[in-house]
Design a protein around this ligand. Structure first.
Ligand code: NAP
Ligand code: MG
Length: 449
C-alpha cells in the first residue's frame, strides 16, 4: 500500500494499492486475453461503448475533481477542467473506430490496400502533474484503435485513475480492456517495458526516466512515444500589447504551481519594452490568488510533495528573487510564485526544468537574438510569441524548435490538435486526428487480379 498525502495540508488522506511484479504480470496477461475480443468488437459498437464511457465520466466530474483537489492539490477549477478533458477525449476518439480507414494505392496487376491494425496491449505510464488528462490522451485513442490498455498512474496520484478504471467497467467496457495498475515506476512501469506482451509504451514524465524507457524498449524493438520535460520560452516583442502580455504571463507559468511540462518558464522581453513589461508583471504576480486548492477562488495551489517543494526551493536558494507573490503557508507544500531576472544563459534557473512556480526573465536585442535564445535549450515542447506583427508572429513560430507554439496566446494543448516535443522534450505526437494511428500497425495487402 502507498500512503497518500494532501499537498495542501501535508496530512495523510488515505492509501492506495501498490501492485507487485506478479500482480503487474497478471494484469498484463488479462489485458492480452481481452485483446482478441476487443479488437473484434464492431467499429460502431466500440464507438458506442466509448461514448457511454464518456457519458459516465461526465456524470462523475465533480467526484473526480474532488479526488484531484485532495490527492494532487489542484485548484478546483483546474480539476474540473481536467475531468472534463477525459470526457472530451473519449467523445472525440469515439468517432475514430468507424473512420480508421486505410488507403487504396494504384498498382499494376492487382489491388493494393492498407489496414490500420491494433497493436495488442498498450502500456501507458503517467506522471503526477496532470493525472487525468495525460492518462486519457493515451487510453482514449488506444482503445478506439482496438487495443487493450494497462495504465500506471504515478504513485503519488493514483486515485482518479483508479476511479476512471471503475467507471470504464460501469460503462460496459469488458474486463481487461482498460486496467489500472497502481504502483511504483520501478516495479509496474519497468514491467510494462520488459513484458513481451506489451507492444507499445506511451510514457509521460521526466526526460531522465524517458531515456531509460526508450533504452528498455529497444531491447524488444517495442514502440514508444515519449512526452518529456520542457523549458519553454514566452517571447514578448516591444510591438506587442505589453499590458496583455504581462497580465497573461503568470498564468502561462504558474498554472498548476508551475508543474506543467508546457510552462513558459523563460520569459524573453525585447530590451526596449523590458522595464515596462516588468513594471506590469509585478502586480500581476502579486495579485495571483494562491489559496487552498479547495477554495473556488484559488488560482494556484501547492506543490505535489515535500520532496518536490525542497527541490524547487533549492533553485530559489541560488538566485535573487526580484519579486514574488504570496502563499498561505502552513504545513502544506507551498512555494510562492517567484520571478528571477537573469542575463546568464548558463544559469541552472535558465537551463533546467524547475517544475515549480518560478520564472526567469531575460532581455533580448532583436528577432534573431530572441529565436537564438529560445532555441538555446535541450528542450523544445512549447512556446509563446507576443507581437502585433502577424508576419513576425508566424516567422518566429516557425523559427522556434518546439512542437506547440501560440501567438498572442498561451494555449498549447487541445485534444483535437497534435501535441508533442522537439529535441529532448519527446518522441512522437499525441492527440489530434492522427493519434489512433500511433496505436496501430499499418499493413499493406496486394491482391493480384
Ligand atoms: P517521472 O519521475 O519521470 O515519472 C513519470 C512516471 O514514470 C511515473 O508514473 C513514475 O512512477 C514512472 N517511472 C519512474 N521510473 C520508472 C522506470 N524506471 N520505469 C518505468 N516507469 C517509471 O516524472 P515525474 O517526476 O512524475 O513528473 C515530472 C516530469 O514529467 C517533469 O520533467 C515534466 O516535464 C514531465 N512531464 C512531461 C509532460 C509532457 O507531456 N511532455 C507532461 C507531464 C510531465 P512513480 O509513480 O513511481 O514515480
Ligand atoms: Mg519522479
Amino acid at each position: 500500500m502507498t500512503t497518500l498525502i494532501s499537498p495542501a495540508t501535508g496530512q495523510r488522506i488515505g492509501e492506495a494499492p501498490s501492485a507487485s511484479l506478479a500482480e503487474s504480470d497478471a494484469a498484463i496477461e488479462r489485458a492480452a486475453e481481452a485483446f482478441p475480443a476487443w479488437r473484434d468488437v464492431t467499429p460502431g459498437e466500440r464507438a458506442r461503448l466509448l461514448r457511454r464511457f464518456a457519458a459516465v465520466v461526465d456524470e462523475h466530474i465533480e467526484e473526480l475533481a474532488d479526488l484531484e483537489v485532495r490527492n494532487a492539490g489542484h485548484t478546483r477549477g483546474n480539476a474540473r477542467w481536467e475531468a472534463g478533458n477525459v470526457r472530451d477525449c473519449l467523445n472525440y476518439y469515439s468517432a475514430a473506430p468507424e473512420r480508421l480507414f486505410g488507403r487504396q494505392i494504384p498498382v499494376a496487376g492487382g489491388v493494393d490496400v492498407t489496414f490500420h491494425e491494433p497493436l495488442g496491449v498498450v502500456g501507458i505510464i503517467v506522471p503526477w502533474n496532470f493525472p487525468m488528462p495525460i492518462a486519457a490522451w493515451g487510453f482514449a485513442p488506444a482503445l478506439a484503435a482496438g487495443n487493450t490498455v494497462v495504465l500506471k498512474p504515478a504513485e503519488l496520484t493514483p486515485l482518479t485513475a483508479i476511479r476512471i478504471g471503475e467507471l470504464a467497467l460501469e460503462a460496459g467496457l469488458p474486463e481487461g480492456v482498460l486496467t489500472v495498475v497502481p504502483g511504483k515506476g520501478s516495479v509496474v512501469g519497468e514491467r510494462f517495458v520488459t513484458h513481451p506482451l506489451v507492444r507499445k509504451i506511451a510514457f509521460t514524465g521526466s526526460t531522465e526516466v524517458g531515456k531509460r524507457i526508450m533504452a528498455g524498449c529497444a531491447e524488444q524493438v517495442k514502440k514508444v512515444t515519449l512526452e518529456l520535460g520542457g523549458k519553454s520560452a514566452n517571447i514578448v516583442f516591444a510591438d506587442a500589447d505589453i499590458a496583455a502580455a504581462a497580465a497573461s504571463a503568470p498564468y502561462a507559468v504558474f498554472d498548476n504551481a508551475g508543474q506543467d511540462c508546457c510552462a513558459r518558464s523563460r520569459i524573453l522581453v525585447e530590451r526596449s519594452a523590458y522595464d515596462e513589461f516588468l513594471g506590469r508583471l509585478e502586480p500581476a504576480v502579486t495579485a495571483l490568488r494562491v489559496l487552498d486548492p479547495g477554495d473556488e477562488a484559488s488560482e494556484m495551489g501547492p506543490l505535489i510533495s515535500a520532496g518536490h517543494r525542497d527541490s524547487v526551493r533549492r533553485y530559489l536558494g541560488d538566485v535573487d528573487v526580484a519579486f514574488a507573490g504570496t502563499d498561505p503557508g502552513g504545513p502544506g507544500f507551498w512555494v510562492p510564485p517567484s520571478v528571477v531576472l537573469t542575463d546568464d544563459t548558463a544559469a541552472p534557473i535558465w537551463r533546467e526544468e524547475v517544475f515549480g512556480p518560478v520564472v526567469a526573465v531575460m532581455p533580448f536585442d532583436d528577432e534573431a537574438h530572441a529565436v537564438e535564445l529560445a532555441n538555446d535549450s535541450d528542450f523544445g515542447l512549447s512556446g509563446s510569441i507576443y507581437t502585433s506583427d502577424l508576419g513576425r508572429g508566424l516567422r518566429v513560430a516557425r523559427g522556434v524548435e518546439a512542437g506547440n507554439l501560440s501567438v498572442n496566446s498561451h494555449s498549447s494543448v487541445r485534444y483535437w490538435t497534435p501535441f508533442g516535443g522537439y529535441k529532448q522534450s519527446g518522441l512522437g505526437r499525441e492527440l489530434g486526428p492522427d493519434a489512433p494511428h500511433a496505436f496501430t500497425e499499418e499493413k499493406n495487402v496486394f491482391i493480384a487480379h
